[in-house]
Structures are given as C-alpha cells and as structure tokens.
Design a protein around this ligand. Sequence first.
Ligand code: URA
Length: 297
Amino acid sequence: MTGKRAVAQLLQHLQALGVSHIPRVTPVARLQAASANPAPPRPARSTTARSATARSATAQQQTPAARQDQTSQRTRLSTAAAGRDQGLTVPSALPEVAALIQQSPSSRDERKQALCALQGIVAACSRCEQLASRRTQTVFGVGNPEAKIMFLGEAPGREEDEQGEPFVGPAGQLLNKIIAATKLRREDLYICNILRCRPPGNRNPLPQEAANCREFLQAQIDLVRPEYIVCWGGVAAHNLLNVQTPVSRMRQQFFEYGGARVLVTYHPSFLLRNADAKKLVWEDMQYFMQHLGTQDD
Ligand code: URA
C-alpha cells in the first residue's frame, strides 16, 4: 500500500470514529521575519509541507507527493471543521475534484491539464444560487500552473465577470503596476480569488459563499503547490487563514498555510481609494522581495 493511500485510509478511519477535527501543529504559525532572522533554506517545492507527523521516521520514507497529500488532507479537514464550527454548511466534497488531486500531477503539463479539468467543474457549479444565477461566467484563475507564488484576491468584479479572468479591471491594472515595480514576472505567478463568481454590487463574499468555493480554492492550491501565497486584502487573508486580525497587524511577517508561506498586504482596490496606503504595499513588496532574495532558487 502506498503511503498516500495509507494516510487517506487512516483519515477515513478517524472520520468514521467521529474525529472531525485534527488540529494542526501550527494553525497559523508566525514564521520568523526574514529580515530579523534569515528563513531556513527553502525546502524542495514538494517537501515544504512539514508537520510533526511528517517529520516522523515513517513519514521520512514517504514520497514527497504522499507528504504533500497528507498536509493537504489535514488542511481540508481542519478547514471544513472550522467552517462547521462557524455554523456554515460545508458542501460535500466532489469526487471528481478529489480524483484530480489524488493523481498528484507533477509536471507542468499535468498540472495544466488538471487545472483545466477543475475549471470545467467550477464552471458548472451552482452552490451559491444567487451568484450562479447572475454571473456571466465563472472566473477561475490564471497563470503559471507550477508558479512559486500565488496571488489571492477577493472575488471577481464587473470586468472580471465579463472577461472571465481575475484582476483585469481597475484593481487589476494597479496590480499590474505593482508587479511591474517588483522583480516579479507574470509568469512567476498564479492568480485567483476566494470566490469564482462576482458578488452583486461587488459586496464582500458571504462566509457561506467562501465556504462553498473553498474546495475549488484548495484544489487550485493543491495543484499549483505554491511556496508563497500573497493575500491581497483582508477578505483573502481572513478566509484563507481563518483569522480576523486587521491587515495592518498581519503585514510584514509570514504565516503558514498547508506548507506555503503567506504574506498579507492591502487590496489594490483599497489603494485606489486610499493613495496613502500605496507606500505601505510598496514596503510589503520590498519585504517580500528581500525575503525571496535570501532564498535559493
Ligand atoms: N478584485 C479581486 O479581489 N479580484 C479580482 O479578480 C478583481 C478585483
């Protein structure tokens, strides 16, 4: 039996015994600030998913894909449990999504194909009745299927709904300028949102909508396997990390989510309304670039 299957069976067994929540060792562990303490050497992409269990002798014999799968399973369980704790209805996981993840696509082409298949599944989603009935189309995600860095926004706006791509409206134009001002290249990135449908009037996503869409976000994270996730704005950060801390207190440090390092900064739409905050985002990008500069390629 492969390590991956053994872990999946163990989790099923625990669920059958009524265990709905397996606490993570560090749910939102603050990692050392790169500037104060250089981060440890970057582990290989697929071995960033570390936990107490993964560090055990048995886990060391697992393949990187099995270890990643284990982290992903644990993340799914704790996210679902958090949703239920908040009184949300956590939709049943779609077997076709699970099947895509279980294939553990690793090459760029394999990941691209899996993302494409996932995009098709998302396009047929009607979990959020109001959003599904009003959308022009779903807005899945765009970019390098094996990007080291994922940009996570809130939800599509009017232009995104029309064009089917995230961040193509005014906030997206500003995001492009921010990308251009850093040493990042578009091809280093994968860009997606908490929601894949536009909320009416660009209101914030409702908690139930975010819970409905979480399976798809998690699957995108599992397929791309970014080392870094940049949360643009509080909605992205709060939903991803299940915290309510203001962005002002989350900036300039790394959080951990399922093996990725998470950086939080202000949303470009906020900058369009508050030009003074541009310098704060620039500081955050410099912090990020300095950190990336200390890491091996
Ligand atoms: N704002 C977001 O958060 N995401 C988009 O895709 C567009 C605007």
